[in-house]
Design a protein around this ligand. Structure first.
Ligand code: NDP
Length: 453
């Protein structure tokens, strides 16, 4: 990047910062994309003339609303809900809903921004959005969660629709919450349409949607390694999180012969040097879904393992690292520790789990680094396929969908290589740059076609 471009980038980021006070995650996500896109568009006048990046970095709309519900003791509780519709240049808005006490407008704006590029990378016609609430499902009864979800949808239904905006799950929103929200949407509108994805099979859900994000991350990791004549087989993998993405990533790694040695939640991580195999994973899945238990309980069941309260797993030596919990869970120092311990590849299951310092470490050290917007796109891709099945009122077989997922992940990998190959870099690919630019170009060209809207 030339000095002039660098000055322009800093001026652009300063503007984003000024227009979005108190929203550090959002500014961080925009900067990460802008660092690559500025360089790419330097000699492409049209994108400047039409202010494409400036427009993508201003959400189409942000809806914020009150969500009142009654707990089991009869207390009235008040939460805040949001839907951020970032960009619908290439298709209806699409992106998950997150229920977690840490949810803020900044976090949802960063997620909606990232989602725009991720959805573009899949090759499917989906715009970018995200939503959620600062509601904590942890410790709540099923009835409390149901009342919250119904109240949330009683406002959200005005802003979504099968051809408008199709939310899905994310942290704290799984099949139970999607069921409650779909039921309420159907009740209010008297319409049975594909307004949400991640539904149960009985009412329009798609096979392999639960597995798609975690499996897709590992398919992408395999594609990166394969380009170097390598494979995940026999390698030690450190995984963070113990939710949908982490458990399915761990499952696929284990099926392909890697040894997964950690899992975590917000209380800490477990380290099992003998490997978390299929049997142990089945136990964790039951712990998390039936009893909504904590990962610390793992060491009572499997005594060879240790629990590390309040810590993240990045100091455990490994060749593969898969952050699958939440944003900014892997810092620059963690990245340096991973590299020093011999880690050769990192694939992000979570959205923006590596902070900017960490991203720069991985880029500078030239290890294989798959950013979330590429590596975890398998989930939204199969959600896109769920939308297609709902529209056509058909269901595809598991085998058809599995092949679609593999092909889509391979297509994303190829697009990243096409835009991210480092000139004179002996075949090295900057996957962050590749994903940012490939994701940007499709959305930007659609926006050019629409003129100034
Ligand atoms: P789940 O709610 O199923 O699991 C989230 C996991 O991350 C839990 O183990 C949770 O622990 C942990 N976690 C959440 N917040 C924190 C925190 N602040 N610190 C430490 N651990 C935390 O969510 P998913 O698996 O669906 O999502 C995980 C990540 O993957 C998110 O970044 C999400 O945006 C991303 N993603 C998810 C997709 C999907 O299809 N589900 C698609 C693409 C991306 P605890 O139980 O203690 O909260």
């Amino acid at each position: 990047m030339s000095v002039t471009d660098h000055v322009d980038l800093e001026r652009f980021v300063a503007g984003v910062h000024k227009r979005n006070p108190g929203q550090p995650e959002y500014v961080q996500a925009v900067r990460e994309v802008a660092e690559d896109v500025f360089d790419y568009i330097a000699d492409k006048e049209q994108y400047h003339e039409y202010q494409i990046l400036r427009r993508i970095a201003e959400p189409d709309r942000v809806v914020s609303f009150r969500v009142c519900w009654e707990d089991d003791n009869g207390n009235i509780r008040v939460q805040r809900g949001w839907r951020v519709q970032n960009n619908n240049a290439i298709g209806p808005y699409k992106g998950g809903l997150r229920f977690h006490p840490s949810v803020t407008e900044s976090i949802l704006k960063f997620l909606a921004f990232e989602q725009t590029f991720k959805n573009s990378l899949t090759g499917l016609p989906m715009g970018g959005a995200k939503g959620g609430a600062n509601f904590n499902p942890r410790g709540k009864s099923d009835h409390e969660v149901m009342r919250f979800c119904q109240s949330f949808m009683t406002e959200l239904y005005r802003h979504v629709g099968a051809d408008v905006d199709v939310p899905a799950g994310d942290i704290g929103v799984g099949p139970r919450e999607i069921g409650f929200m779909f039921g309420q949407y159907k009740r209010i509108t008297n319409q049975f349409t594909g307004v949400l994805t991640g539904k149960a099979l009985e009412f329009g859900g798609s096979l392999i949607r639960p597995e798609a994000t975690g499996y897709g991350v590992v398919y992408f990791l395999q594609d990166m390694l394969e380009r170097r004549g390598d494979t995940v087989e026999g390698k030690v993998a450190v995984v963070s999180g113990s939710g949908n993405v982490a458990l399915h990533a761990a499952e696929k790694l284990s099926q392909l012969g890697a040894k997964v040695v950690t899992l975590s939640d917000s209380d800490g991580f477990v380290h099992d040097p003998s490997g978390i195999d299929a049997e142990k994973l089945a136990w964790v899945k039951a712990l998390k879904s039936n009893r909504r238990g904590r990962i610390a309980e793992y060491v009572d069941r499997f005594p060879g393992a240790t629990f590390h309260a309040g810590q993240r797993p990045w100091a455990v030596p490994c060749e593969l690292a898969l952050p699958c919990a939440t944003q900014n869970e892997l810092t620059g120092d963690d990245a340096r520790t991973l590299v020093a311990n011999g880690c050769i590849a990192v694939a992000e299951g979570a959205n923006m789990p590596t902070d900017l310092d960490g991203v720069h470490v991985f880029k500078d050290e030239r290890i294989l680094f798959a950013p979330g917007k590429a590596a975890n796109a398998g989930g939204v891709a199969v959600s896109g396929l769920e939308m297609s099945q709902n529209s056509a009122r058909i269901s595809w077989s598991e085998e058809q969908l599995r092949q679609h997922l593999i092909d889509i992940m391979r297509g994303i990998h190829e697009r990243c290589v096409a835009y991210g190959a480092v000139p004179g870099g002996d075949g090295h690919v900057d996957y962050v740059r590749g994903a940012n630019i490939a994701g940007f170009v499709k959305v930007a060209d659609a926006m050019l076609a629409f003129g100034v809207v």
